[in-house]
Write a protein of this length. Structure first.
Length: 86
């Protein structure tokens, strides 16, 4: 399953907090337009690393499909940033 929504939550100690919902499924439109460049990048990675063409595509797809459930939390000096991919 590919990622559909990302939630970015920013907390400031002395300011407004806000939560931003980003619909990632809308990124498929530009992704289709950039597909030739992605394939070119996979081809270059294939030539440099010496892996097979299908293995490089399978690895890219596994990486993309493993993104849902990612939870990144960063905090410094009272500021907190939370990024979740659903």
């Amino acid at each position: 399953m590919t990622p559909n929504i990302a939630i970015v939550h920013l907390k400031y100690p002395h300011g407004p907090n806000f939560r931003l919902w980003l619909p990632l499924f809308l990124l498929w439109i530009p992704a289709i337009l950039l597909a030739p460049f992605v394939l070119l990048g996979l081809l270059i990675a294939r030539l440099v690393a010496g892996v097979s063409w299908w293995q490089s595509i399978a690895t890219f797809w596994e990486l993309l499909c493993s993104l849902p459930g990612t939870d990144v939390r960063v905090s410094t000096e009272g500021n907190h940033v939370l990024v979740r991919i659903l």
